[in-house]
Design a protein around this ligand. Structure first.
Ligand code: ADP
Ligand code: MG
Length: 287
């Protein structure tokens, strides 16, 4: 059964889409069958993988509306991942969901049809905590949260982790927090290092090894591939390979992850899962 990972943060520009494209491509290189789902009406993932959202016949909106199944809507990208593309229509499809019964489970039902044919499914969330992101969290086994190591840019992370805790309690008891993924990290910057330290102490969830800042990430989408195909030897590509390999190890042998708990108002109710070593949940680095 495919492992479903939601890549979420309601802040824009933190490298959610870059993470989905790069990890997806790294998993393909490792021999996995990978499905990516673009859940952002801005279609950045679709564009960045060389697909024009307007030319495809179907998109994730049609799946959300129940008009076609995922097997009909998916496309094959040049790097070998399958992709369910998005178009600007997704805004209307999300609005249509509002009065629908079981509206948080539409994506999960859609995925059921294909889960047995993939090893990993990555969900690229939009920069909001709206119904599409709730659908992603309700469908996921785990959530990965990219964030930038700048003072103001992790302010929404507590709110996101609270939402994850609520989804875990009310909609999806399987959901786990895989961890925070610092992106665009400049290790020479004292400020970035200080913020990373603060992030590790503050949230009590695993913090994965940072992805370095590099202009190569901005260049890759212009050739319609991830950095993994565009420049596989670059420091950015190697960083994503490390994260992908760490996730694979964690899935096979058990790794650090935490059961969601509310983090706001200074009350931390996070408890470590069975797979977690008891003392090791506070800001531990990983892969
Ligand atoms: P999000 O999906 O969270 O809005 P994106 O993945 O679209 O974020 O990334 C926002 C911008 O940052 C893009 O232009 C992307 O190329 C760039 N970017 C992503 N990761 C890095 C990185 N490690 N170093 C430099 N730029 C990056
Ligand atoms: Mg994005």
């Amino acid at each position: 059964m495919g492992r479903v990972v939601a890549v979420a943060n309601q802040k824009g520009g933190v490298a959610k889409t870059t993470t989905v494209a790069s990890l997806g491509a790294a998993f393909v290189v490792r021999g996995l069958r990978v499905l990516l789902v673009d859940l952002d009406p801005q279609s950045s993932l679709t564009f960045s993988l060389g697909i024009d959202p307007e030319v495809g016949e179907f998109s994730v909106s049609d799946v959300i509306r129940g008009e076609v199944g995922l097997t009909t809507a998916r496309l094959r990208t040049s790097e070998g991942m399958d992709l369910v593309p998005s178009t600007i229509d997704l805004l209307a499809a999300e609005a249509m969901l509002l009065p629908a019964p079981q509206r948080e489970f539409v994506l999960r039902r859609g995925l059921e049809e294909v889960l047995s044919t993939y090893d990993v499914v990555l969900l690229d969330c939009s920069p909001s905590l709206g119904l599409l992101t709730l659908n992603a969290l309700a469908a996921a086994d785990e959530v990965l949260v990219p964030l930038q190591c700048e003072m103001l840019s992790h302010r929404g992370v507590g709110q996101l982790l609270d939402t994850v805790a609520d989804v875990h309690r009310l909609l999806n008891p399987r959901l786990r927090v895989r961890g925070l993924l610092p992106t665009m990290y400049d290790k020479r910057s004292t400020h970035a290092r200080a913020v990373l330290g603060d992030v590790k102490r503050r949230y009590r969830v695993p913090v994965l090894n940072p992805i370095p800042r590099s202009v190569k990430f901005a260049e890759a989408p212009s050739v319609g591939t991830s950095i993994i195909a565009a420049d596989p030897g670059s420091s950015g590509a190697r960083a994503y390979f490390r994260i992908a390999d760490g996730l694979l190890r964690a899935w096979r042998f058990g790794g650090r992850e935490v059961a969601p708990g509310r983090v706001s108002r200074g009350v931390t109710q996070l408890r470590t899962s069975a797979a977690t070593d008891a003392g090791g949940s506070a800001g531990v680095g990983g892969y």
